[in-house]
Design a binder for this molecule. Structure first.
Ligand code: ADP
Length: 887
C-alpha cells in the first residue's frame, strides 16, 4: 500500500482501536467511512461507494451528511452493528496540520440512548454473563434508558438455563469476556440473535463501582463490573442515573423456557412476530410507555408467590368495582410522560427544555393520582404509593423556570420564564425597551418627514436601518440620516441613536442567550439530584398503570378473579382462550372446563384435527400465566395452583432455519419438560411423536406419558392422534381420556369445540382435507381407501368374547408388544388388527361379536403352536388345516 496522507494515518490509528465498529470519521459536514467499513456500510445503507484517490491506490469510501447521520446510525444499530463516532475536537481554523479527532461515543445496540432509535414500549437491556466452574453463570443486566440494573447467579441448569434467563430480558447485545466458552457464545448468537461484545477490563472505577456496593457475591459482581466498564468505555458519559444493582432471584418467578414463551405467544405471535394476536395485545390497556414496558416484564416473569399474586388481584378487583376512580386514574395517567426515560436523558445530558415541560406536566398529575389511589381504600394500593416522593420541589422549580412552549434548541434562548432570574430580566428589558424604541422610531420619523412609506427594518448583515423609497428621497431633509446601503429602488440609512440602541439590543441578546444556556444547565444539574426519586416514582406509576389496565381488560372481556392456592387443583369452569375468543365472531367461542387434581393429573386429549385441541391446551397455560401476573382470567370460575414452571411443546416449530429438524426441536422441547418439571409444573405436549414413523412416535409418546405420570407428577395435557394411546387410561390411574367433540352432518364434519370425557372415535382427517379444498377426486379416493381399511379383514372379524378384565390385560400386553417388536410383518398385522378391535372396545364403538365354536377351536390351536419347533413346510400345512376348519 502506498504511504498514507497524515489524515488517513490518523484514521487508521483510530480505526485500529475500534475494530468491531463502523468508524464514522468526521470530515467537515460529513461522516466518512473508509476501506472495508465503507464497502460494508455502502451495502447495508444502500449508499454510493466512491473512492478517495484514483487508480490502484484509491481508498474505498462512502459518507453520510452529519445532520442526517442519526437515521443511518439507526439502520445500522437495528442490524446489530456498533458505530464509533469520531469528531473533530478542535476548530479546523485553528488547527496546525491535521485537525485533532477523537472518538466521543460508541453507539451499540445495547447502549443507544436516542429516543428515535428506541421502541417506546420496550426496555433496551444490555447484558453481561460470566461463566464459572461447575456450570455456574453470573448475569448482569442494565437498561441505560431507564437506569434499571440487576445481577444474579445461576447455580444450576447449565447453558439452557442461562439462555432461558438471558431471553427474559430480550437483549440485543451481550458483553462477554473473550474467555467465555465457545458453545455458549454460539448459542447466544444463534438462538437469541444477540450482538456479542467483549470487555476484558474489570478494574475498579470510582464513577461506577459504588453501584455494586450492595452485592457481595463475587460471581454476581463480575458480570456487573464488566458491564459498567463496557458502558463507561462506549458511552463515555457518567452513569449517574443507573440504580444500584439489585440482586434478583430467578426462582421468584415462574420458569418458562424460550420455546414455551414463543409457543404461547405471550408477547408476539409465533410466525409473524406481531403484537396483535398475542396475550400482550389483549392485556395492554396501559396509558403510559412505562406501564407498557412493565407489563412486558411481568409477562416475561409471572409470580410464584401466592401473596404477591393475590395483592395484585385485590387491586384489580377494587379498580373494577370503583369505575369512577378508575376512569379518573386513566385520565390522569394519560398525562404522565416517560419519567424513567426522561431521567435517563437528564443523566446522559441530552434532555431539552421541551422534555422538562413534559416532566413538569407529569409531576403535576402525581398528587392527583395519589389522591385518587387513596380514595380507593385498597391496602396494597396504599402500600404502593406510601414511600413514593411526589417530587414537588422539582415541579415547582420547573414551573418557575421554564416557559410553557420552549424551543427545541437549548442555545437560542427563549427557554426561561420572566421573573426567574434578575439579570436575565434586565437583559430582556433592555431588548424589549430597545425594540419598542425602534418601533416608535418609525412612527416618529414618518411624522417628522411626512414620508408615509418610511420603515424601520432589520437584517442580519446590516442590523437595523431606516428605509426610504427612491420616489420619496426628494422629501428627505439633507443630512438627517447616515447612508448605509443603496438598493435598486430604495436607500437605507442609520442614525447614531439607532446604532446605540442596536448595540444595546444585540449585546443584551447575546448575553441573555448565554445566560439562559447557563441557567438551563444549572437546572439540569439540579434535576440530577431527583433522578432516584423520579425512578421510584416511575416504578409506582407504571405498577398502577398495568393494574388499571388489567381491570380495564377484565371488564371489557368479562374476566373473573381466579382463586390461587399453592399446590392446589385446577378447576376451571367455562374457561376461554383470551386471544382466540377475540379473533373469532363475537359469542362463537365455546367455553370449556378443565379439571386436574392429584388423582387426575394428566388428560390425554383426542379429537379431529382443527377441533380445538391445542386451543384447549394453550387456554389453560394462558389462564395460568394471566393469573400469576395478577390479571383476572377468562372463565366463569377458576381455581388454580401456583405453577412453578410451564413447559409447552405446541404447534409448528420455526427453528428449521437454524438447522434443527422439526423432530429434533420437538424432542429438545420435550427434554426441557421431562428434565426440569416438578410436580408443581404444568406440561403441555401437543402431538408428540408426529415427526417420525408411526411405531417410533407412538412408542416415544407412550414412554413420555408414563415417565411424566410415574416420575414427575406434573399436571399435564397431552394431545395425540394416536388413538391407540387412549388405552393407557386403564393402566395409568391418574390419566384420563378426554376428547374434543365433532359431529357428522350430511357427510360433513361439524366441530363442536366442546371437550368431553372419553376418547374420540376417529380422526376426521379426510373432512379436514375437504375443508382445505383438496381436489374432490382425491377426497373421493381417500374415502374409498378408508372404507377398505375399515372393512374388517377375515381374521379381524374375530373378536374375543372376554371379560372386561381380560380385555384390559390383553390391551396392555399388546401395547407392550407394540413397543417391543414392531418389525415382523406378520406379527404387525396380527397385533394391529387385534389392537384395533381392542381400541374400539375401549372407545365408544362397541363391535363385539360372538365367536363360533369352530373359530374358537382354531384360535386355541393357533395359540398352542410353538413356532420355534415348526419348520416352514409344517407351518404351511398348519395354515391349510386351520383355514379348512373355518371355511
Ligand atoms: P387442533 O389442535 O385440534 O387441530 P386448534 O386448537 O388449532 O385445533 O383449533 C382450530 C381452530 O378452531 C382454532 O383456530 C379456532 O378458530 C377454532 N377453535 C378452537 N377451539 C375453539 C373453541 N373452544 N371455540 C370456538 N372456536 C374454537
Amino acid at each position: 500500500m502506498a504511504k498514507q496522507t497524515p489524515m488517513m494515518e490518523q484514521y487508521l490509528k483510530i480505526k485500529a482501536q475500534y475494530e468491531d465498529a463502523f468508524l464514522f470519521f468526521r470530515l467537515g459536514d460529513f461522516y466518512e467511512l473508509f476501506f472495508e467499513d465503507a464497502k460494508k456500510a455502502a451495502k447495508e445503507l444502500e449508499i454510493t461507494l466512491t473512492s478517495r484517490g484514483k487508480g490502484e491506490d484509491g481508498i474505498p469510501m462512502c459518507g453520510v451528511p452529519y445532520h442526517a447521520a442519526e437515521q443511518y446510525i439507526s439502520v445500522l444499530i437495528k442490524k446489530g452493528y456498533k458505530i464509533a463516532i469520531c469528531e473533530q475536537t478542535e476548530d479546523p481554523q485553528q488547527a496546525k496540520g491535521v485537525v485533532r479527532r477523537e472518538v466521543v461515543q460508541v453507539i451499540t445496540p445495547g447502549t443507544v440512548m436516542d429516543g428515535k432509535m428506541l421502541a417506546e414500549n420496550e426496555n433496551n437491556y444490555l447484558l453481561s454473563v460470566s461463566a464459572f466452574s461447575g456450570e455456574r453463570f453470573g448475569l448482569a443486566a442494565v437498561d441505560m434508558t431507564t437506569g434499571e440494573f440487576s445481577v444474579t447467579v445461576l447455580r444450576s441448569g447449565g447453558l439452557e438455563r442461562l439462555l432461558q434467563e438471558v431471553a427474559v430480558f430480550r437483549p440485543k447485545e451481550v458483553v462477554l469476556s473473550s474467555a467465555f466458552p465457545e458453545a455458549g457464545r454460539a448459542l447466544l448468537q444463534q438462538r437469541l440473535g444477540v450482538t456479542l461484545s467483549f470487555e476484558e477490563e474489570l478494574t475498579a472505577d470510582e464513577g461506577a463501582d459504588h453501584l455494586l456496593q450492595q452485592i457481595n457475591e463475587q460471581e454476581a459482581r463480575e458480570p456487573g463490573k464488566r458491564l459498567l466498564r463496557y458502558l463507561l468505555r462506549t458511552t463515555m458519559r457518567s452513569l449517574d442515573h443507573l440504580q444500584p444493582a439489585a440482586y434478583f432471584l430467578p426462582d421468584e418467578y415462574m420458569g418458562m423456557d424460550v420455546h414455551s414463551k414463543r409457543n404461547l405467544e405471550l408477547l408476539e405471535t409465533l410466525r409473524e412476530k406481531k403484537k396483535q394476536g398475542s396475550l400482550l395485545w389483549i392485556l395492554d390497556e396501559t396509558e403510559t410507555a412505562m406501564g407498557g414496558r412493565l407489563l412486558k416484564q411481568w409477562l416475561e416473569r409471572p409470580l410464584v408467590s401466592r401473596q404477591l399474586i393475590e395483592q395484585r388481584h385485590s387491586l384489580v378487583e377494587t379498580l373494577i368495582e370503583r369505575f369512577f376512580e378508575r376512569e379518573q386514574l386513566k385520565e390522569l395517567l394519560s398525562g404522565v410522560y416517560d419519567l424513567e426515560r426522561l431521567s435517563g436523558k437528564v443523566a446522559f445530558g441530552n434532555v431539552n427544555a421541551r422534555d422538562l415541560i413534559q416532566l413538569k406536566r407529569s409531576l403535576r398529575e402525581v398528587p392527583k393520582i395519589f389522591q385518587t389511589v387513596k380514595t380507593l381504600g385498597n391496602a396494597f394500593a396504599a402500600g404502593i404509593i406510601a414511600g413514593a416522593d411526589e417530587c414537588r420541589p422539582l415541579h415547582d422549580l420547573l414551573e418557575s423556570s421554564i416557559q410553557e412552549e420552549p424551543p427545541v434548541s437549548i442555545t437560542e434562548g427563549n427557554i426561561m420564564k420572566d421573573g426567574y432570574h434578575k439579570e436575565l430580566d434586565q437583559y430582556r428589558d433592555a431588548m424589549r425597551n430597545g425594540k419598542t424604541w425602534i418601533a416608535q422610531l418609525e412612527q416618529k420619523e414618518r411624522q417628522e418627514t411626512g414620508i408615509k412609506s418610511l420603515k424601520v427594518g432589520f437584517n442580519k448583515v446590516f442590523g437595523y436601518y431606516i428605509e426610504v423609497t427612491r420616489a420619496n428621497l426628494a422629501n428627505l431633509p439633507e443630512g438627517r440620516y447616515e447612508r448605509k446601503q443603496t438598493l435598486a429602488n430604495a436607500e437605507r440609512y442609520i442614525t447614531e441613536e439607532l446604532k446605540e440602541k442596536e448595540a444595546l439590543i444585540l449585546e443584551a441578546e447575546e448575553k441573555s442567550g448565554k445566560l439562559e444556556y447557563e441557567l438551563f444547565m444549572e437546572i439540569r444539574e439540579q434535576i440530577k439530584t431527583f433522578i432516584r426519586p423520579l425512578q421510584e416514582l416511575a416504578a409506582v406509576i407504571s405498577t398502577l398503570d398495568v393494574l388499571q389496565g388489567f381491570a380495564e381488560a377484565a371488564e371489557k372481556y368479562h374476566y373473573i378473579k381466579p382463586e390461587v392456592k399453592a399446590g392446589g387443583d385446577v378447576k376451571i369452569i367455562g374457561g376461554r382462550h383470551p386471544v382466540v375468543e377475540r379473533m373469532i365472531d363475537a359469542g362463537s367461542y365455546v367455553a370449556n372446563d378443565i379439571e386436574l387434581t392429584s388423582d387426575k393429573q394428566m388428560l390425554l386429549i383426542t379429537g379431529p384435527n382443527m377441533a380445538g385441541k391445542s386451543t384447549y391446551m394453550r387456554q389453560l397455560a394462558l389462564i395460568a400465566v394471566m393469573a400469576q401476573v395478577g390479571s383476572f382470567v377468562p372463565a366463569a370460575s377458576a381455581k388454580l395452583p401456583v405453577f412453578d414452571q410451564i413447559f409447552t411443546r405446541i404447534g409448528a416449530a420455526d427453528d428449521l432455519a437454524q438447522g434443527q429438524s422439526t423432530f429434533m426441536v420437538e424432542m429438545l422441547e420435550t427434554r426441557q419438560a421431562v428434565v426440569n418439571a416438578t410436580k408443581n409444573s404444568l406440561i403441555l405436549l401437543d402431538e408428540i411423536g408426529r415427526g417420525t414413523s408411526t411405531y417410533d412416535g407412538m412408542a416415544l409418546a407412550q414412554a413420555i406419558i408414563e415417565y411424566i405420570h410415574e416420575d414427575i407428577g406434573a399436571k399435564t395435557l397431552f394431545s395425540t392422534h394416536y388413538h391407540e394411546l387412549t388405552a393407557l387410561e386403564a393402566k395409568l390411574p391418574k390419566l384420563r381420556n378426554v376428547h374434543v367433540s365433532a359431529m357428522e352432518e350430511d357427510d360433513k364434519v361439524v366441530f363442536l369445540h366442546k371437550v368431553i370425557d372419553g376418547a374420540a372415535d376417529r380422526s376426521y382427517g379426510i373432512y379436514v382435507a375437504e375443508l382445505a379444498e383438496l381436489p374432490p377426486r382425491l377426497i373421493g379416493r381417500a374415502k374409498e381407501i378408508l372404507t377398505e381399511l375399515e372393512t374388517p379383514q377375515p381374521s379381524a372379524t374375530v373378536t374375543m368374547d372376554v371379560t372386561a378384565e381380560e380385555r384390559d390385560k390383553s390391551t396392555s400386553e399388546i401395547n407392550e408388544g407394540t413397543m417391543q417388536a414392531a418389525s415382523a410383518a406378520v406379527e404387525d398385522y396380527h397385533q394391529l388388527t387385534l389392537f384395533q378391535d381392542e381400541v374400539l372396545v375401549a372407545g365408544t364403538r362397541k363391535t363385539e361379536k360372538k365367536l363360533a365354536a369352530k373359530e374358537r377351536a382354531v384360535l386355541e390351536q393357533l395359540q398352542s403352536v410353538n413356532l420355534l419347533h415348526v419348520t416352514p413346510i409344517e407351518a404351511i400345512q398348519l395354515l391349510d388345516e386351520l383355514q379348512r376348519k373355518i371355511r
